[in-house]
Design a binder for this molecule. Structure first.
Ligand SMILES: O=C(O)CCC(=O)C(=O)O
Ligand SMILES: [Fe+2]
Length: 357
């Protein structure tokens, strides 16, 4: 994508003024802070995550893991069967589950919400290979993925410095003012769903703002509510791995969709909480959400189902991205599931068509 990027507004000046923070997020649809998170916690987490990735063969052998120099041959992403093993290992890290509870983060969320808040248990690490830009997180609103309530806040933070070329997050300024969940379509990128902003602009002038991002440094944090339109920028570096966190926070007593109570990508790696907690040094964060008030609600699967149905349709017409998505489903999903069987049939027909040409 070639949109010109403008700078995120740095709200450090308003850090201690919760009224001003609420005014800004209501007006602009995000809040960005420099060095909000204590860098030492993130750098320790970086060493842990990259240690796992090094062990998995995802980093160039003979290099210091902390540099994050990727082994290009290991490229894979969320939804790929090869991704699940190492990602399950990342999910076991105590340091990974501790960062979202950092007092500076929870305190900031509480100031923004003017209420006590709980991190949603399904924390996410995003590990992005270079030269894999077709798989970049596409333009979307978080509500389709996390659901629960509209005032759930996302906090995106890199684990290490993340300059523009490494593919940090970008937000569409004031796009939350559209005040609705927009139509999401199939996309190959992470999360699998994309909003076509150019098309939507015709009926939603709120989407005509600038795209904003910055050269992120370790400790920087970007907060936004569930309707703000955002995407990741492509990792255009020669060989560097992009590592980031996206954590979500819910008002105490609010609704949490049941899939957010599971470890992220549980359906792929099947590493459950007991297994995650097995080697932890302390117990304070284990099942912490059970000590809070929230309303558990059913997950709305319709967004994802619509995306998959579109992928099937596009693949029938030979669309390359849709075919990649279907191959991924066939490799990583239950072989007896209806969608796996459908995907296999479409792929077989496409292979047949290619051979008879
Ligand atoms: O890091 C990414 O690529 C995606 C993150 C994202 O969409 C989010 O934090 O909501
Ligand atoms: Fe998102």
């Amino acid at each position: 994508m070639t949109d010109r990027m403008y700078e995120l507004r740095d709200s450090n000046d308003a850090k201690d003024d919760s009224d001003e923070l609420r005014r800004r997020i209501a007006d602009e649809g995000y809040l960005f802070f420099r060095r909000l998170i204590e860098p030492s916690a993130l750098l320790a987490l970086r060493a842990d995550i990259l240690g796992v990735l090094g062990g998995a063969g995802w980093l160039e052998s003979g290099t210091d893991p902390v540099l994050g120099i990727a082994n290009i041959d290991g490229r894979c992403t969320e939804g790929d069967s090869e991704y699940s093993g190492p990602y399950g290992q990342v999910q076991r890290l105590e340091s990974f589950h501790r960062v979202p509870h950092a007092p500076e983060l929870v305190g900031m969320v509480q100031a923004i919400m003017d209420a006590s808040a709980i991190p949603l248990p399904g924390h996410k690490a995003r590990i992005w290979f270079p030269k894999f830009t077709d798989h970049t997180t596409p333009t979307h609103q978080d509500f389709v993925h996390y659901q629960g309530s509209l005032d759930t806040l996302t906090c995106w933070a890199p684990v290490g410095d993340c300059p523009i070329e490494l593919g940090p997050l970008a937000v569409l300024e004031r796009s939350h003012k559209v005040r609705k969940v927009l139509a999401h379509h199939f996309s190959l990128g992470a999360g699998g769903l994309v909003v076509n902003v150019e098309e939507e602009k015709a009926t939603h002038p709120e989407l005509s703002g600038h795209w904003l991002s910055t050269d992120f440094e370790v400790g920087d944090a970007l907060f936004f509510p569930a309707l703000t339109v955002h995407r990741a920028l492509p990792n255009t570096t020669e060989n560097l791995m992009r590592v980031s966190l996206d954590n979500r926070y819910q008002r105490e007593g609010g609704m949490i969709a049941e899939h957010m109570l599971l470890p992220h990508l549980y359906d792929f790696h099947k590493v459950g909480w007991d297994e995650i907690y097995r080697d932890w040094e302390s117990d304070d964060l284990k099942y912490y959400w059970r000590r809070h008030n929230y309303r558990r609600i059913k997950t709305n699967t319709s967004f994802r189902e619509r995306g998959t149905a579109e992928a099937m349709q596009l693949a029938r017409a030979g669309d390359e991205h849709a075919l990649i998505a279907l191959r991924r489903i066939v490799k990583a999903s239950d072989p007896e599931a209806e969608q796996t069987l459908e995907a296999r049939t479409i792929l077989a027909a496409q292979t047949g068509a290619a051979h008879s040409q």
